[in-house]
Design a binder for this molecule. Structure first.
Ligand SMILES: *[C@@H]1O[C@H](CO)[C@@H](O)[C@H](O)[C@H]1NC(C)=O
Ligand SMILES: *[C@@H]1O[C@H](CO)[C@@H](O)[C@H](O)[C@H]1NC(C)=O
Ligand SMILES: *[C@@H]1O[C@H](CO)[C@@H](O)[C@H](O)[C@H]1NC(C)=O
Ligand SMILES: *[C@@H]1O[C@H](CO)[C@@H](O)[C@H](O)[C@H]1NC(C)=O
Length: 437
């Protein structure tokens, strides 16, 4: 986590306050980090290992095998279990790195995801030790009112994470686990396996978020579940992941060789990303705040739609403001929640109930433009624009990033939707210009 914080802080400082101080700060931060590392000893080593050392296919296969073992004993269930554990239609391909605390594996999916086809898919789960499953989720004596009880439990678990219930309580089981809970109820063994499976899935904030948002096209779809594992649509971040693509095994970007084809590809992805922001603003009972904005958290799915693939730092408005309302501070930085920036009321030591930037500003600042000062024009998704739009595009992106005003005496960075539309228009023009020349 501290590496991530350092990256976020440095990234911001490097751009805004000049390099000299920053290098000093980052070095100091690094030394502090090293000290923390030594003192936290084993725990930290373990964390770093999880985060930065390559995963091994052997461990990943063992994780899946352990849970398939539980499925065969009737301990867990779900529509994914049979194709994953018995028929081999869902096949492990390779593991992926950079996912501390989560299992994330690439799979080949035949028939189960799309009839008569083999397509890539992503298997996710929290890291759970299979030997602990029965201890943590023992069989419970289920009365007739199990569905009522389960609906209320789901309600509670969703509200605690999302801040409110984005669907009816009566729909809770169907929304969270559309694999036919009713059909398991008649069988006393299956009933427990289904209940345990739902509970293990409900322990995972990402699963809850993706299921709650599934009616909108902003998150990958979930094909099925088996115990704590869920199989998701594959949406590689290749095109968007400008910095990390050197390390990932996804196809390098841009995939085309000619520079005009490269721009066409980058501009279309950027348009998709900007359009996605509208959905976050409008599709749900409350707007969503994206607090960790970087290219690798978005991906382009098989159908060409850009979606958000890491929901760990996405919050509904109520939750976001609860976080600000409950935070205490000495400096403004203390009120930042990852990329969602706040403001400290130094007199009272409490954070203002205000977010000082918005999703659009973050996308412009952290994805569309690069991490380097503007003169380098490198590293961002929209760097190296064709001459026909470069000047206007840079002006629009600048406008998207700078301070836009003052709210309750606090400087805010909240570019209006008009700027988003302007950037989209410029990108469409640039593509049209390429087509005509
Ligand atoms: C999965 O599919 C890819 C692409 O078709 C192929 O290269 C790979 O060998 C497959 N892996 C397995 C385990 O079948
Ligand atoms: C799971 O826990 C058991 C006993 O608590 C331990 O022996 C085993 O190594 C653990 N497995 C993993 C993969 O951590
Ligand atoms: C978000 O929540 C805050 C605090 O409850 C409220 O003042 C604000 O109007 C809400 N914003 C939107 C767009 O719903
Ligand atoms: C946060 O505090 C503000 C001002 O006191 C209040 O208007 C708002 O409703 C609170 N928001 C939440 C989510 O508690």
């Amino acid at each position: 986590m501290w590496m991530r914080m350092c990256r976020l802080r440095c990234g911001r400082l490097c751009r805004r306050r000049g390099w000299g101080k920053v290098v000093g700060l980052c070095v100091a931060g690094f030394i502090f980090g090293l000290m923390a590392l030594v003192s936290f000893g084993y725990y930290f080593r373990h964390q770093l290992f999880d985060t930065f050392v390559k995963c091994t296919d052997k461990d990943s296969r063992r994780f899946i095998d352990d849970f398939c073992g539980l499925y065969k004993q009737g301990v867990i269930t779900g529509s994914l279990c049979r194709p994953l554990c018995e028929t081999g239609e869902v096949k492990f391909d390779r593991c992926t790195n950079f996912h501390a605390g989560k299992e994330v594996h690439l799979m080949n999916c035949t028939n189960f995801c799309r009839p008569q086809q083999t397509i890539p898919a992503v298997l996710k789960s929290s890291k759970i030790n299979a030997t602990m499953v029965l201890k943590d989720h023992p069989n419970v004596d289920m009365g007739d009112d199990i569905t009522t009880m389960l609906k209320h439990q789901i309600r509670q678990l969703v509200v605690s994470d999302l801040g409110f219930l984005p669907f009816d309580t009566s729909d809770a089981i169907r929304v969270m686990w559309d694999e036919g809970f009713d059909q398991y109820l008649s069988d006393p063994v299956q009933k427990n396996a289904a209940y345990r499976t739902i509970m293990m899935l409900m322990d995972q904030p990402e699963y809850k978020m993706v299921k709650s948002l599934k009616h909108s096209n902003v998150v990958p779809r979930i094909y099925g579940t088996c115990g704590p594992m869920f199989l998701e649509e594959s949406c590689p971040s290749g095109p968007l992941d400008v910095q990390l693509s050197y390390f990932s095994r996804t196809k390098p970007f841009p995939t085309s060789s000619s520079s005009s084809a490269q721009w066409r590809e980058k501009a279309s992805v950027a348009i998709g990303l900007l359009e996605l922001l509208d959905h976050f603003e409008r599709d749900f009972p409350q707007p969503l705040h994206l607090c960790d904005v970087k290219g690798s958290n978005f991906g382009m799915c098989v159908d060409g739609v850009v979606k958000m693939i890491d929901m760990d730092s996405v919050f509904f408005n109520t939750t976001m403001y609860n976080i600000f309302n409950l935070s205490t501070c000495k400096t403004h930085d203390d009120c930042n929640f990852f990329d969602c920036r706040g403001w400290c009321d130094v007199a009272t030591g409490k954070c203002y109930s205000i977010r000082t930037n918005n999703n659009l500003q973050l996308v412009c600042d952290d994805v569309l433009t690069g991490p380097l000062p503007a003169v380098f024009d490198a590293g961002g998704l929209l760097s190296a624009a064709p001459a026909s739009v470069a000047k206007e595009l840079h002006a629009a992106l600048d406008e998207c990033i700078v301070q836009t005003g003052v709210e309750k005496g606090v400087p805010v960075y909240k570019p209006p939707p008009a700027i988003q539309r302007k950037i989209i228009r410029l990108l469409q023009h640039s593509i049209a210009h390429l087509d005509s020349s």
